[in-house]
Design a protein around this ligand. Structure first.
Ligand code: IPE
Ligand code: IPE
Ligand code: MG
Length: 252
């Protein structure tokens, strides 16, 4: 049997250790109010702050937020620029708060596509918060799940060129350390706001057995109550990882 990272069944009745969120619906939130889409992104930053605080209070260990996908470059140039500016401003303004809250910040994605100033801010913020351990906040920026799998494969082969001649030795466990979120357990709970029910090239490898929760709530409206609702739903799920219900009850 291939070695799989989904052998262990996490205790789903407790707080999820890792929550991953696609923060969707900023544009529609703004359009409904006759505002420019960019106003929705600005309000979305406030929802990020609320989510970080709420997860910190609940003892969630890892919160991962999809901020900009590798496909989002296809948006109008003006919207992309605004999103980049917002990213810079948020990093400049919020890092002190993250330090106070004991939050460790990580940014995953193809960061070399960003302007040097943004890259420098990201590295500085990661370094400043590296020793924090209450909550690890990961921002996925210029991230794509397929890119992640490929970059992991490339880095693994660069580190172990001998593997290329014996592909059979490649298994999940060998690839895992090279994935960009190797420092975190796989997400227990995935949340997508904004009503769409798709993964949009988010953590395609890591979400293999994650419980998927979709809500119509637009991201700027997402708050601690919405988070509670998602967690309560999660706690009612039965995570079987291929087994039967009876097997789980026997173990239980
Ligand atoms: C998500 O909100 C934010 C980003 C992709 C950066 P959208 O901008 O996709 O909002 P909708 O889906 O158009 O409402
Ligand atoms: C996914 O949202 C990416 C982020 C939230 C950053 P999109 O709104 O871009 O997703 P699609 O393209 O509609 O699936
Ligand atoms: Mg969208």
């Amino acid at each position: 049997m291939p070695i799989s990272s989904t052998r262990r069944i996490p205790d789903h009745t407790s707080t999820p250790a890792h929550i991953a969120i696609i923060m969707d619906g900023n544009g529609r939130w703004a359009t409904q109010r006759l505002l420019p889409r960019t106003a929705g992104h600005a309000r979305g930053v406030q929802a990020v702050r609320r989510a970080v605080e709420a997860c910190g209070r609940k003892g969630v260990r890892f919160l991962t937020l999809f901020a900009f996908s590798s496909e989002n470059w296809r948006r109008p140039q003006q919207e992309v620029s605004l999103l980049m500016r917002l990213f810079v401003q948020t990093l400049e303004k919020e890092v002190d708060k993250l330090v106070d809250q004991g939050v460790r910040l990580r940014v995953v994605g193809q960061l070399d596509a960003f302007e040097p100033r943004l890259q420098a801010l990201i590295h500085a913020a990661e370094a400043r918060t590296a020793h924090n351990s209450a909550l690890t906040l990961t921002i996925a920026a210029n991230y794509g799940g397929r890119w992640d799998i490929l970059q992991a494969m490339h880095r693994m082969l660069a580190a172990h060129p001998e593997i290329a001649g014996q592909p059979d030795v490649i298994d999940e466990v060998r690839l895992d350390p090279y994935l960009s979120m190797a420092y975190a357990p796989e997400p227990d709970l995935f949340i997508r706001t904004g009503g769409e029910q798709r993964i949009s090239n988010f953590l395609v490898w890591q979400l293999a057995y994650t419980e998927l929760y979709f809500t119509d709530c637009f991201w700027p409206d997402f708050d601690a109550r919405e988070l509670d609702r998602a967690i309560a739903w999660y706690q009612g799920r039965e995570r079987r990882f291929g087994r039967t219900s009876a097997q789980l009850n026997d173990q239980g």
